[in-house]
Design a protein around this ligand. Sequence first.
Ligand code: HXC
Length: 257
Amino acid sequence: MSEPLVRTEVRGRVGVARLNRPRAYNALSPELMRELLAVLRAWDQDDAIGAMVITGNEKVFAAGADVKAMSQADAVEMLRSGYIELFDGLSTIRKPLIAAVAGWALGGGLELALACDMIVAAENAVFGQPEINLGIIPGAGGTQRLARTLGKYLTMEMVLNDRRLRADEAARFGLVNRVVPTETYLDEAIALAQAIAARAPLAVRLGKEAVNFAFESTLQAGLQHERRLFYLLFATEDQTEGMRAFLEKREPHWQGR
Ligand code: HXC
């Protein structure tokens, strides 16, 4: 049997998906993206999983879309292939997604990390949008998500002139949650995911939805949306349990109901 393009492992309540095309620097072929999405969707439906981690290996998270495959494509093929829509699939995942990035996160690789909810970076991580070197621009959200995170000027430099950010720079500019030693980056990302996965599942789910809505709306619409989700949580058993446990000075037992 051939090697899976995505290796999976479950640790406690965390699903870990490892991109597994090491010889192609984890270039994100359509087949790999389809496999990744299928794995994430299955975990999203599984009550035993509370959060997910996407990672590569110690040298490379992902070096982008597969240039070999793209080099022969024309505009109509790219349009018809639905390849980029596979990246949109990540935004339909309701549980928290953490990118654990070591080494290169370039082009579509950075866009994949940006589509996650949090990024844990190893000290050797390098982030960039080198598409300009190929005569193209990012196509799976890079220009939009970087501009919202880093602002216009640094994003322009990354998109127009292949400016790359080392892990420490990425942290300084707010692109990653934390920088950790390369030897332990995956354990640290999993520990963060475990901590979130141990929390009240419905509050985590609606919290993620509320924060993501901030990127889609005006402040007023966002505040209204947040308020509706806040009220909704008062219909859950977990809210009753969480507040009771606090008052009784004990740990809460979350049911996800
Ligand atoms: C296909 C790739 C690849 C990619 C690396 N490889 N990146 N194959 N697509 N994106 C392959 C190389 O061809 C080579 O295979 C092997 O991986 C190792 O790469 P080297 O270049 O020999 O390694 P190194 O000198 O260490 O340089 C590493 C690197 C460089 C800096 C990551 O490979 C690089 O610049 N890669 C391309 C990065 C890039 O342009 N990404 C954007 C792609 S466009 P062989 O068989 O020769 O050993 C994009 C658009 C997204 O992502 C649009 C929406 C999804």
